[in-house]
Design a protein around this ligand. Structure first.
Ligand code: ADP
Ligand code: ADP
Length: 235
């Protein structure tokens, strides 16, 4: 098992009236290697809070969270930063590329933070961008390419250090439907051919239909799951 989440809670205190909001309320989730999972649920159900905690950007109020057998909640800030860089990749709704860097430089960023050799970086970035059909655009800047190409660049950057888990928050939210379909097909391909484990938050049933399992969250808890058998094209 890759990710093990038990009895996860998160309380936010409203600074004005002192009242607590329980964004997560005993959430339990297991993720196995090479799964492609969608998290769905109404607005305010805790999806963003869950993703932020899995990403190590926020800490739960209580519960257990193990990734790759490592208790993430026991790590100090430095250890957590290193653990995140080694094990996690992120894709957001709004791409988050640096406008002053070319697509290739954006993708190389996580590797340059890891102080690996320059030649090795160039080759890996080159291969990744070609795999994502961005070979022609790699020397361009983000504002010179389409939204779909920007999002594929963000995916390349999230995967270049071969993370154990890819976290995606509404990755198709800012894409037109053709680019969204291309991105979802890419996720499926990464999942089946490159053994990527993907956890995607989405409110779009069409996006979710690309994943193998859909986890529905309500009031900070999992209330139902749908598993798609591999022989069926969609559930
Ligand atoms: P979703 O992503 O499913 O829309 P969120 O995780 O953003 O849900 O929010 C879950 C609940 O927690 C909501 O009631 C939201 O208002 C509350 N919440 C989220 N973040 C904060 C915060 N930083 N401070 C206070 N309340 C928050
Ligand atoms: P999303 O587009 O993912 O649903 P939200 O609008 O739920 O995003 O939240 C955007 C940001 O605001 C998140 O970082 C979330 O933690 C924070 N947030 C959400 N609800 C509240 C709240 N009631 N009070 C303070 N911060 C909140």
């Amino acid at each position: 098992m890759l990710l093990h989440v038990r009895a996860l809670t998160k309380a936010y205190r409203n600074t004005r009236n002192g009242l607590e909001t329980w964004a997560l309320n005993g959430l339990e989730l297991d993720v196995y290697r090479q799964e492609f999972i969608s998290i769905m649920g109404p607005s305010g159900s805790g999806k963003t809070t869950l993703l932020n905690i899995l990403a190590g950007l926020d800490r739960p109020t209580s519960g257990e969270l193990c990734l790759q057998g490592e208790n993430m909640l026991a790590l100090n800030a430095d250890e957590l930063a290193l653990f995140r860089r080694r094990n996690l990749g992120f894709v957001f709704q709004d791409f988050n590329l640096l406008d002053t860097l070319t697509l290739a430089e954006n993708v190389a960023l996580p590797l340059s933070l890891d102080k690996r050799g320059g030649g090795d970086i160039r080759q890996r970035v080159d291969e990744m961008l070609h795999f994502l059909s961005l070979g022609e655009q790699m020397q361009r800047y983000p504002y010179e390419v389409s939204g779909g190409q920007q999002q594929r660049t963000a995916v390349a950057r999230a995967l270049i250090h071969r993370p154990r888990l890819l976290l995606a928050d509404e990755p198709t939210g800012n894409l037109d439907s053709a680019s969204a379909r291309a991105l979802l097909e890419l996720f499926q391909q990464l999942n089946s051919q490159q053994q990527a484990t993907i956890l995607m938050v989405t409110h779009d049933p069409f996006s979710a239909s690309y994943s193998q399992r859909v986890v529905f969250i309500k009031d900070g808890r999992v209330f139902c799951q749908l598993q798609r058998s591999s022989s069926q094209p969609q559930f």
